[in-house]
Ligand binder design. Structure first.
Ligand SMILES: Nc1nc2c(ncn2[C@@H]2O[C@H](COP(=O)(O)OP(=O)(O)OP(=O)(O)O)[C@@H](O)[C@H]2O)c(=O)[nH]1
Length: 363
């Protein structure tokens, strides 16, 4: 399995003016950011953020301006990183142990995540460690209401930083925190003023942590965040639609006041799944509604394997399944965490039933 040898990438995202550069400016001076390659993506021809960053010699900071990594500059990321690594090697400096990418404020983060999975050069060298998203305490709610990009940035994040809390009342911050938890119940939330926060929080949201700590499946999947919300759900609202499986949508997303219709939920299957049923189910989900699947993470137990597999998908694209050690999970329940837009959890469950039972009929 390649995972341990890949270089971690952290994506720092957040809407225009949400405080990304302010945060990065603090982080680059912290010990845990030593030996980090920082990539700043900006729209303008002259990258201002890049100039604002006062970093030490221990980091390389490169700028990608004149476009957005998630669209016009998609093809440029691997070339830029390749050149940066060659430059560092040519200067006899140690190669970076981490890459942090600050996106533009209008970035569609799923496109960047897809790029990391599909670009051959990138996929063989880097693994996504975490997506950290800044949300402005004062403007965040209005931005979420108005901009799909902001909703997506929040929905796919592993950590949510509510910035500029000095500019908003406690009540506003708390309302925003609830709104963010509805969109993304599993993400940890932090409040930040003037970027005062440890860069350590960037580290370690990925599936594989360190040589000594190994796989951290539960922290990566965070299925229990979704299950906890299920426990609060009136039983009539989401009864288990399937034999041997349960659907645990985040309670509040059902009557969310967002127009986004983003839903985060956990679908679990108690019995090991037949590989063909899993493949057919995921194929149909991806082909019918791939563009609405913002992020999928899963730990899956298959009938033909003793050990579990991890799956990670973004929209139409899945990473190759990663085999996990048997002791990385404590039961044989398969858990799928879906973050979707305009997809009813019931549709996902019904399609699962269809493929699971149609195989049974054939046998
Ligand atoms: N009052 C206050 N201002 C802040 C805070 N954090 C950032 N700012 C200010 O907010 C403005 C935008 O911050 P940036 O860090 O440039 O935001 P950004 O997300 O990098 O912005 P873009 O690159 O344009 O997307 C700047 O003027 C910062 O000084 C904070 O916690 N409190």
């Amino acid at each position: 399995m390649q995972e341990p040898s890949l270089l971690p990438i952290n994506v720092l995202t957040g809407f225009l003016g949400s405080g990304k550069t302010t945060l990065l400016n603090r982080w680059v001076h912290q010990t845990s950011m030593r030996n980090t390659l920082v990539v700043i993506n900006e729209f303008g021809d002259i990258g201002l953020d890049h100039q604002l960053l006062t970093h030490s010699d221990e980091q390389a900071v490169i700028e990608m301006s004149s476009g957005c990594l998630c669209c016009t500059l998609r093809g440029d990321l691997s070339r830029t990183l390749q050149e940066a690594l060659e430059d560092i090697a040519a200067q006899d400096k140690p190669l970076p142990s981490r890459v942090v990418i600050e996106t533009t404020g209008l970035a569609e983060p799923t496109s960047l995540l897809q790029l990391l999975m599909t670009d051959h050069w990138l996929a063989h060298r880097f693994k996504l460690d975490s997506v950290v998203c800044c949300v402005d305490a004062a403007n965040g709610a209005a931005t979420l209401e108005a901009h799909r990009e902001s909703q997506h940035q929040v929905a796919v994040a592993d950590k949510l930083l509510i910035t500029k809390t000095d500019l908003a009342s406690e009540e506003t911050v708390s309302r925003l925190a609830n709104q963010l938890a509805k969109l993304n119940p599993a993400a940890e939330q932090w409040q930040v003023i003037d970027g005062e926060l440890s860069a350590d929080l960037l580290v370690g949201s990925g599936l594989y942590r360190t040589d000594t700590q190994g796989y951290q499946v539960e922290q990566w999947l965070k299925a229990s965040s979704y299950a906890r919300h299920q426990a609060e759900t009136p039983s009539s609202a989401f009864s288990a639609p399937l034999k041997n499986s349960t659907m645990s949508p985040h309670r509040s997303s059902d009557h969310s006041h967002h127009s986004s219709n983003i839903k985060a939920f956990c679908f679990s299957v108690n019995e090991p799944i037949k590989p063909e049923a899993l493949e057919n189910w995921l194929d149909i989900l991806m082909s019918l509604m791939g563009d609405k699947m913002l992020r999928i993470k899963a730990v899956v137990h298959l009938t033909d394997r003793e050990t579990p597999m991890a799956l990670h998908g973004v929209q139409h694209i899945f990473h190759p399944p990663a085999p996990l050690p048997a002791n990385s999970v404590h039961d044989r329940v398969s858990r799928f965490v879906f973050i979707t837009q305009n997809v009813a959890p019931e549709t996902i469950a019904e399609l699962y039933t269809f493929f699971n039972s149609s195989k049974e009929v054939e046998e």
